[in-house]
Design a protein around this ligand. Structure first.
Ligand SMILES: Cc1ncc(COP(=O)(O)O)c(C=O)c1O
Length: 383
């Protein structure tokens, strides 16, 4: 086995972790509610962090030119997107970037379009800036999730000022096509809408799908700002490092208006780990994607066998599973029932918008045995 092979950890190791995922619930609960992976770190990341600790390099973060260069090289190598390192800005995390951009880009009361069901903090952060959530729910084409461009256009027509685009999409795992993204760019141009493209899950695009960075489309550059991070794909969210990219004169000027202090929310270890991940973590990431691909299939088999009443469309990207539990006719909110009777913690569907009623989200970046145990516990909750 190569040194840089990601490995799922057993419960006995995971229970020693201090992260939110492993401390939020009592020890008899299996947590699968938050987007963290139960995996070993990529060795370039481990080495970079160990060197930093040995050197006592734990001061404040700054935008290291190596980070900007690493972002640019990674985006070009993996997705063919040519980023000018001068356009990369350090932010503590994606949501801090979204919040600060909204505060400066639009007045309170402005409409911000999101594709529900969607990552729950979107609601909170839009509210925090005193903007208004405008829902353009995703649609279904057969069993697949698809973007409903008519709903997006209707939201723009009604005067929304910003589109908080989540691609790849949490929780459905939808990866938008080039054609869809071009149409978004067209609509944004026509209605003068600012697109904040949250591409945090991009490196987790799985076999069979292709991630197109929004700003890689020339027609998107005048209207879009991208928010990217190594935090999801290399499991570094607690280290606090994300980046934003703006590539037009007007949007660069908007980014320059972000407060200087924003950078101090980022962690220096996050910068160090992100440089290592982007620059030297590609082989590990490729192996991780193989493991996640296996898990999304295994999860389908386990559900078909043990819980055929649950609806599941395997994600095209992300390690998240969005599960329709409405057919189970549970006596209460599904996530509550699974927790109380099955001792498995999943994320409540309604947190993703009212269209999530009857649904739950599970994180499937874990060992196959734990995945099987999650399904067994969900099944036990039906009894
Ligand atoms: C779509 C999406 N955006 C943003 C975040 C949060 O990112 P950050 O911790 O960088 O704010 C997550 C976390 O899971 C996410 O899924």
């Amino acid at each position: 086995m190569s040194e840089d092979q990601p490995r799922w950890l057993p419960l006995s190791d995971l229970r020693l972790r201090r992260s939110y995922k492993w401390r939020a619930y009592p020890a008899d609960v299996i947590p699968a509610f938050v987007a963290e992976m139960d995996v070993t770190l990529a060795s370039p990341v481990t080495r970079a962090l160990q060197d930093a600790i040995a050197a006592g390099d734990t001061g404040y973060a700054t935008l290291d030119p190596e980070l900007a260069q690493a972002v640019a090289s990674f985006q070009l190598g993996r997705f063919g997107w040519q980023v000018d390192p001068a356009d990369v800005r350090l932010i503590p995390d994606v949501m801090a970037g979204v919040t600060e951009l909204l505060r400066r880009a639009v007045p309170p009361g402005s409409g911000v379009v999101i594709n529900t069901p969607v990552y729950p903090p979107f609601f909170h952060h839009i509210g925090e800036t005193r903007c208004r959530v405008v829902e353009a729910p995703l649609a279904r084409a057969g069993s697949r999730w698809v973007l409903d461009l008519d709903a997006v256009e209707a939201a723009f027509t009604q005067g929304a000022a910003v589109y908080l685009l989540c691609n790849p999409h949490n929780p459905t795992g939808l990866v938008m096509t080039e054609e869809e993204l071009r149409q978004i760019a067209d609509l944004a141009e026509r209605f003068r809408v600012l697109v904040l493209a949250d591409e945090i899950h991009a490196p987790l695009t799985l076999a069979g799908a292709r991630h197109i960075p929004f700003l890689s489309l020339p027609e998107a550059q005048a209207r879009g700002i991208a928010l990217v991070s190594a935090s999801k794909a290399w499991n570094l969210p607690g280290l606090k490092c994300a980046q934003l990219v703006a590539a037009s004169p007007a949007l660069r000027a908007l980014v320059r208006r972000l407060p200087e202090e924003l950078v101090y929310g980022a962690g220096n270890l996050g910068v160090i780990a992100s440089i290592a991940a982007y620059r030297d973590g590609g082989a590990w990431l490729d192996q991780l994607l193989v493991l996640v691909d296996r898990n999304r299939r295994l999860f389908a088999d386990l559900l078909a066998d043990r819980l055929p009443g649950v609806g599941y469309v395997p994600p095209q990207g992300t390690y998240l599973a969005w599960l329709d539990c409405a057919g189970l006719e549970l006596t209460g909110e599904p996530a509550k029932v699974f927790l109380k009777k099955g001792r498995v913690a999943l994320r409540r569907g309604p947190d993703f918008g009212s269209v999530g009623t009857g649904w739950v989200r599970a994180t499937i970046a874990t060992a196959p045995e734990i995945l099987a145990e999650i399904v067994e516990r969900m099944r036990a909750a039906l009894a």
